[in-house]
Design a protein around this ligand. Sequence first.
Ligand code: NAD
Ligand code: DAU
Length: 346
Amino acid sequence: MIELSPRALLVTGGCGFIGSNFVRYWLAQHPQSHVVVYDKLTYAGRKKNLADLWEDARLKLVVGDIGDLDLVRATCQQENIDLIVNFAAETHVDQSILGPLVFTDTNVRGTHVLLEVARELGLRLHHISTDEVYGHIRDDHQSVETDELAPRSPYAASKAAADQLVQAYAITYGLPVTITRGANNVGPYQYPEKAVPLFATNAILGEAIPVYGDGLQMRDYAHVHDHCTGIETVLLRGEIGEVYNVGTGREMTNLDMVDIVLDTLGKSHDLVRHVTDRPGHDRRYSMNVDKLRELGWQPKYDPREAVAEAAKWYANNRAWWEPIRNGEFREYYEKQYAERLAGSVR
Ligand code: NAD
Ligand code: DAU
């Protein structure tokens, strides 16, 4: 097996949750590397997610939109980039229901622009995708990489469109691409709109935990560290042109996830409220991750440990999330939950 070793990476979305964890992990593992974070710094992207690293000469930030072809091209040329790793995206399903158009702009057109630059300059591109592109699946099935895509939310549809563009560029132009499809990640620096950080921070604040519908939806809660090692494995040893699922391969219900969060934080289960469901809520995701395991990768955390570790991080890092929750997040929370919580049941 050939081990490829990219030296200069353009990490789009590197100030977000997974991107910032990846940049920290990559620089620690690959001391000879040079990383340019290219990020629009939307509400979900924060410079302070990499506060400990900005003094490092191997790391640079370019603030920009992945849809800006001239700036992406100029950055890649000036920095002698040999690999683009595309984390940049609008990522929240609920936000995609409230305001879907920006999801097409960034996730579809933005990815297309990166592909064009990669084609023009002869670069490799690795695209970060999601288990949501498979849609919700029946009880006994685990999605494999060759399954048909059947997305059901505006977010998932925009990610599926991006995957198909990436694969079309490989077929049509022979562009060297790889794709990873990640499960539901948890861990440090996840914006508190997502379920685990929302539930952990609400529990710490003694506020209600808004569970959508019956809470029996199934998700594979995977630690972000394992997603980063999975991506690294594909970058170094993955086959060009291939797709790899990244998760634990084991799912749990949202109610089980809530129990782990509350037990880890020593909080009462009386905080749980069942609220109006997410429209089109996917019932179950589950991926088979054997293809990635065959490259020698294995996850460090099982889903229970992943959720518990994430809850602990929020308990120990109030200084990171309190300013977010006290800032622009309040308006979103009000819009998304006030009516739901008013009509909630225990
Ligand atoms: P996030 O929302 O925390 O961060 C997204 C980052 O992208 C932010 O830094 C934001 O500023 C940046 N960004 C957004 N629009 C941009 C644009 N137009 N140009 C440049 N930068 C832009 O997201 P995340 O949870 O870290 O997800 C990262 C990637 O992983 C996404 O592609 C997402 O679809 C995928 N993914 C996420 C999960 C998960 O559980 N969070 C699971 C599987 C796959
Ligand atoms: O599965 C991978 C996907 O995981 C990623 O592609 C997305 O970028 C990421 O946001 C995440 O999507 P989800 O919609 O699964 O994540 P979220 O944390 O919003 O929700 C997890 C589950 O919890 C889901 O079944 C919905 C439920 N939920 C969520 C929120 C925010 C609730 O019950 N109540 C809530 O308030």
